[in-house]
Structure formats: structure tokens, C-alpha cells
Design a protein around this ligand. Sequence first.
Ligand code: G6P
Length: 514
Amino acid sequence: MTTPEESAAAAAAAAGSEPSLVVAGEYSFIVVSNRLPVDRVIDAEGNASWAGSPGGLVTALEPVMRKNEGAWIGWGGQPDLEFEPFDSDGIRVIPVPLSADEIENYYEGFSNDTLWPLYHDVIAPPSFHREWWESYVEVNQRFARAAAEAAAEGAIVWVQDYQLQLVPKMLRELRPDLTIGFFNHIPFPPYGIYSQLPWRAQIVEGLLGADVIGFQRVADASNFQRAVRRLKGYVTKGTQVEVPLVDQTPGVRVFGPIKRQGNFRTVIARAFPISIDSASFEELARSASVQERAQQIREELGNPKTVMLGVDRLDYTKGIGHRLKAYGELLAEGKLSAEDVTLVQVANPSRERVQAYMELRDEIELTVGRINGDYGTIAHSPISYQHHGFPRDEMVALYLAADVMLVTALRDGMNLVAKEYVACRFDDDGVLVLSEFAGASDELKRALLINPHDIEGLKEVILQAIGMPKRDRRARMRSLRKRVLEHDVSRWSNEFLQVLGSYAHHGSAGHELR
Ligand code: G6P
């Protein structure tokens, strides 16, 4: 049997270029994401530990990881964490360190103050700084190298999200034998917006290093394909992009497990809408303690007729201000009163050192204070504002306690909160108000769909949601639940990995996932 270095060397020799010598590792399925599923947390006394409640992605991928010698590569959430790989709940964790400067330039800067606003319809103005870009390239290179060193011959590597868009190409350069997938969790913008990015061609090239590129919506995949046509002139056919082999960077002309057709390799770029671990949300919602807690929450709020709920990271893409404006006007016009209605707004602190997020927090908290001051009574505040996260069982109790769920995002890749609400409502009750600018609206068609920019329209729909007869609520929620329970996160990852796996079969050493 040839070693990966030998096969890379032979392949590279055939293509007339020098191989990159990276000794293969032992993992045959690798997930690479900016954040690890566990966070390094430091308590008030300075004691450090690894913590984290597993999100949907982890839950979906855990079984695949266990069956396939899997590993997860990512950052532990604190500066300068130099850690050897370790096991956490059966997952091999390989931490990648980021320095304080890199957190500032790669994470807060390029990822969250350039790409994030640009990819979300420039709701906030993106900043373009060359030092940030340089740091993004360097950190992407580090993640690619970590993956190249951990991956067994012919392994499958799945790279996640916008922080790591250069990794697919960098990884292919280091390890042509790998099968590489990429999933973009956030929107991919229309070309007119995307084209503002000074490094637009490099990012597209970075992504095209993957065999399969997944997006949330069909529209995102089309936007990406258009960018490929405009910037690279490559042909796209349906979900396929034809990447000419001759146009590869020197040293990357050799490919292992890829579909070759004549002078190009095909890359799939299509929608795979992500979901949640629906059954586990429903199970939690059915537990007696959570149902009791839901009841208790309503009592603690003073038993209003209607509880409305918003749950968001405190991010300008979420349209929290639009939601508050609509609600404030309904109170001002006397169409709602603080005795009858309470809005619980959970605003999870996020990216707190980025200027746009600091400004947003001030703006939202000023508005909340004004509404509570203007329309509250001694006994009733119109808004119960929570600037922190909650454990999952408390979140589920809140979902059960909420008659109306408000998802008013101005732009959102998917919005899993909408799906979580639906999954929890085993009682077939509750009304989901959902922005058409959230990816979830492609699937959750029987929600009350709104345009959050249309404040009058939003106000009408809020009143409609509050007054909706039980029969209608039930019919809508049943249809929403069918979708969310059938299309859960395991189905999402299985579909993606199945398409990706069809590439692996083409290589001699291609690994097949179990
Ligand atoms: C979005 C992104 C994720 C990111 C999350 C939290 O959902 O798609 O990649 O991890 O926000 O943001 P943070 O910057 O705290 O990782």
C-alpha cells in the first residue's frame, strides 16, 4: 500500500509540481468549524474548564463521529489556548489556538465586521481592512493544516461556515487525497453586494476547493453560482460547477477522489436547509417538570392573556428593533395593553467587542426602557428583557409558555429558533410569526409570514396572531410540525454526507462513511 505522501508525490509528479508533505493522521471523518462544540470557560476564581451544551450540529454528527474515528477541529473560545487533542463525550477534540490579535483581526474583524454584515445584505456597513484579510488568510491556513495533519488517507473533511471559506482550497493543496465538503450556515449575498468585497475572487476560489458546497436556501446557491460565473467565467449546470483543471493553482493540479469529466472537475453547489434535533426538543417539552415550569413562567409574568416571545442573539440582523417598534406602537395606540400582553425578549449577548454590536445593545435597551416606562404599570411591564442565555430546559419552558413567537429577522441564514418553537409545541398550539427574510420561511410556509420592514403589516399580523382562533392555530401548527419533525438535523447531515460520499467512492483510498 502506498502512503498518502507517496500518492501525493506521485500525483504531483504527474502534474509536474512539488507535493506538499503532510503526514496523514488517523481520523477518517473530520469536522472543522471556527468554534469547538466545547468552550474553555474561566470562572470568577480563575479556574478553567471545558464546558458547553451540545448544539444540533454536534448531536447530528456524534453518531457519525463515533462510527468513523471522527475528530472535531476548532477554536476553544479564549486567546492562546495551546492544548493537546482530548476526548469530550466521545468526541475527539483538536483545539486550534488563536492569539488575542487574531481574535481581533480574523474573528471580530474580518469574520464579524466584514463578512457577516456583507453576507447579511449590508444591514450594517461592512468594514474592509487589509490587515484583517491577512489575518483571515493566516488563520484559515492554520485550520487547513490542522485538518491536513489529522486526516487519514482518503478521509472525509467537512468544513463549516463563513469564518473558514479559504480552508477547502488550502486543504486540497495540502492533501489532494481528501474528500472535502463545505457548508455555509449564513446567507450568500446577491452578486451586486458580494462584489463589494475586495477579496471576492479569492473567497470563491477558496470555496471551490470543496467537492460539495452546501447552502441554506436555493437562492444562496444561485447567488454563489452567479459569483462563480462572473468572477471566474466557469460554466454552471444545475447544481454543478465545472472547475477547469488547467486553471488550478500550481501544486493543486492533482486530485484524488473527485469526479473528473474531461478537463474539469465538478463541484456541487446546492441547498441543504439545516435543521434541529426535533425529537429531543419535543421530548423535553413533554416532560412534566418543563410543563410545570411553563405554567410557572406565566404566573410569574402575572398571568397575562397573551405571552409573546422573542429569542435571539443580540445581533442587528435579527430585527429586534423592528419588533419593538411595532409592539410599542400597538401599545401607544391602545390596541394592546400591558395588563393583557407581555413580550419576553431573550437577547443572548454576542460579539460584544464589535462596535456595531455595542451600539445595537444601547439602542435596544434604550427602547425597552422607554416602552416599559411609557406603557407599564406597577404590576405589569410590557417587556421582560433578558440579556443572557438560558439552559435548554428553561428555553423549552419559555417556548411552551409563549402564545406567539416573533421571528422578525431582517436577514437570517435559517433561524433555528423558529424550528425549535415548532418542535416543542406537541400541543399543536402557539402561533409562529416568521420573517420571509429568514431561510426557515422556505419550509415553514404556514407560519404567519411577514416583511419586518413593513411596520404596519407587522402590527396587523401581531394582532392577527393574538386573536387567531384555536382551530386555525392547530391547523397551522400541525403542518409546521410535520415539516420540522420529518426534516431534522440528522436528515440534513445524512443528505449532505451522502452527496459528499458519492465523491469519496471515486478515489482509490476514498473512505466510505459508516
Ligand atoms: C451564527 C454563525 C455561527 C456562529 C454563531 C455564533 O449562527 O453561523 O458560525 O458560531 O452565529 O456566533 P459566534 O461569533 O459567537 O461564534
